[in-house]
Design a protein around this ligand. Structure first.
Ligand SMILES: [Zn+2]
Length: 259
């Protein structure tokens, strides 16, 4: 009996199974002393954490950078950019033990603002400083390098484009970017949350609020814009918007004013 065909068949089967089941090992990310220094100098949220929580934050940053690719378009992606993008991702979910952004694979970094029409966006985002993709651009986030960095400078105060876009992604976990992040907020809080949004949007429209006017565009933008303020200036947000602050602490399972 000629066993050659059997051997060929076995080899082929093994090769096919290998290609089907082989998983590339996760990229090993190392944070050096210099990276930690950059975080301390540029990410006030990280700076305020205890040593123990800083280590947890670093682990989450490494994990994120292990599964999301960051590409510069007409701009160089430097180490600080990577750290700021990863921090924007980690900050909103720092209250959860295990969180993976399954709806994100790639972040594209542009030098300044970009033309949103070329990205087939769904149209809910009028901003050209950051965007999450839809359709063929599903699992892609686009950020302006300038806006990303600005969001972490103290003078930015209540604005943080990176956090804004990641909160949209969290909102999108349940399928809709509608300001009701079902993955984060138990349904029993829905009516309170909607009532708070409506009341605060009204205050913004009447010029009686210090929340950025863009938050009055719709509920999704309200959530994203209020989150920028909540994470960038937690103490001030708590003082000026105690009810919102309390509910958002429940939503994000953390109290950024008291870390
Ligand atoms: Zn937005």
């Amino acid at each position: 009996m000629n066993i050659a065909p059997v051997i060929v068949l076995i080899v082929l089967t093994v090769l096919i199974l290998f290609f089907i089941f082989y998983k590339k090992p996760a990229k090993k990310i190392v944070l050096t002393k210099n990276h930690k220094e950059l975080l301390n100098q540029n990410v006030s949220y990280y700076y305020r954490l205890s040593e123990k929580n800083k280590s947890i934050f670093e682990e989450k940053i490494k994990e994120f950078l292990g599964y999301v690719r960051i590409d510069g378009i007409d701009t160089q992606v430097d180490e600080l950019d990577k750290l700021l993008i990863a921090s924007s991702a980690v900050i909103p979910v720092f209250g959860f033990n295990k969180w993976k952004y399954y709806n994100l694979r790639n972040v594209l970094l542009y030098p300044g603002s970009f033309n949103k029409d070329q990205f087939l966006a769904s149209g809910y985002e009028q901003n050209t400083l950051g965007m999450i993709g839809n359709g063929p651009m599903q699992q892609v986030m686009i950020l302006s390098k300038q806006a990303l960095q600005f969001g972490f400078q103290t003078e930015a105060a209540k604005e943080n484009t990176g956090i804004h876009e990641f909160v949209h992604l969290l909102d999108k976990e349940d399928g809709d970017v509608d300001g009701l992040p079902e993955a984060l907020l138990n349904r029993k809080y829905n009516s309170t949350w909607i009532e708070l949004i409506n009341r605060n949007m009204q205050s913004i429209l009447e010029g009686r609020s210090d929340i950025n006017y863009y938050a009055s565009s719709n509920k999704a933008e309200f959530l994203a814009v209020a989150s920028e303020y909540f994470f960038n200036q937690p103490k001030l947000f708590k003082e000026n918007h105690p009810e919102l602050f309390k509910l958002m602490c429940t939503m994000f399972n953390q109290d950024p004013a008291n870390v």
